[in-house]
Ligand binder design. Structure first.
Ligand code: KG4
Ligand code: ZN
Length: 326
């Protein structure tokens, strides 16, 4: 039995969690900075690092208290990708804790946290699988053959899908973060009202492009300033999700993967979840809503897999803002 303390500070969430054996969540604390960035319509890196510094000790204390202060076997933290200043706060804090507890420090790739997150709630990860990672920073299809054996089949050439939700929400003056706001607005809209482009839909490519979709929304609004926000949100969401479903289906056929993992903030999207459940023929592993967006439980989970495999870092480990997964 091993208990891992995980730390996540790659963007605008300060997370600390204690997870036993990669799946039993003893505590999972997240302090969101959304209110501090909302007036700027997106994350301001300087504000993010300061906010992490101010609150991380308190969040860590809460996570340890709520877990019942168990003995900790290793401290894991996100080392990348992410905002450099924010990563530095979490990594430095994690290394100091590892030193104080005299346990290993385990570096974790943020996306490995996301792609193992569906396995937090139950059975251990079963490789191989195809992963669709959809977040504010990433849109990728990854063939996962084993721990650390990842092969990227396609990624976005421009905006990530979550980023396009955020940008379109800004155009529609719906606030930040855009994903939940667009989803809410779309509920009363007609998804067929606008025929927005499906980026890179043809030619069998597994790459994505979301900037054209955002620009199409901008042009629609310029042409028709009084357009229904609900109709635009619903039509945008339909187009964004269509592409995810089609490319995932194509990647499943291409790889013959026996199961599918979908993770990252956009995996919280209700339309995407409904369509995946209805249309994907292989077993689907998707985290509960609360574990889709950035959290430290997924970092402690990935940290446990790495710890168990003996993949420790050392106290000279430095964060890497554009760390590659595959
Ligand atoms: O994984 P995440 O918390 O952070 C990154 O690693 O990027 O993802 C955040 C992204 C944001 O772009 C946010 O707008 C999007 O996930 N998001 C959603 C929903 N909830 C969060 N997008 C669509 N529908 C949602 N319900
Ligand atoms: Zn993330």
């Amino acid at each position: 039995m091993s208990t891992i303390l995980g730390i996540e500070t790659s963007c605008d969430e300060t997370g600390v969690a204690v997870v036993r054996d990669g799946h039993t969540i003893l505590s999972n604390e997240v302090a969101s900075q959304i209110a501090r960035h909302a007036e700027f319509g997106g994350v301001v890196p300087e504000i993010a690092s300061r906010a992490h510094t101010e609150i991380i000790s308190q969040i860590c204390g809460l996570a340890l208290d709520h877990a019942g202060r168990p003995p900790i076997d290793a401290v894991a933290a996100t080392v990348g990708p992410g905002l450099l200043g924010s990563l530095f706060v979490g990594v430095s804090f994690a290394k100091a804790l590892a030193l104080a507890y005299d346990v290993p420090f385990v570096p974790v790739h943020h996306l490995e946290g996301h792609l193992l997150s569906p396995f937090l709630a139950g059975k251990p990860a079963e490789f191989p699988f195809l992963a669709l990672i959809v977040s504010g920073g990433h849109t990728s299809l990854i063939e996962c053959r084993g721990l650390g054996d990842y092969h990227e089949l396609g990624a976005t050439r421009d905006d990530a899908v979550g980023e396009s939700f955020d940008k379109v929400a800004r155009l529609l003056e719906l606030g930040y973060p855009g994903g939940p706001a667009i989803q809410r607005a779309a509920e009363s809209g007609n998804p067929a009202a606008y025929d927005f482009p499906r980026g890179m839909a043809h030619g069998g490519s597994l790459e994505f492009s979301y900037s054209g979709l955002k620009t199409a929304v901008l042009y629609a609004l310029q042409k028709e300033p009084d357009a229904s926000v609900a109709d635009i949100a619903a039509s945008f969401q339909a187009a964004a999700v269509d592409v995810l479903i089609d490319k995932t289906q194509a990647a499943l056929v291409q790889t013959g993967a026996p199961r599918l993992v979908v993770a990252g903030g956009v995996a919280a999207n209700r339309l995407l979840r409904e369509r995946l459940e209805a249309e994907i023929s292989v077993p689907l592993h998707i985290p509960p809503f609360a574990l889709c967006t950035d959290n430290a439980a997924m970092i402690a989970c990935a940290g446990w897999y790495r710890y168990t495999a003996g993949h420790f870092g050392d106290l000279s480990t430095s964060p890497s803002p554009s760390l590659m997964l595959a």
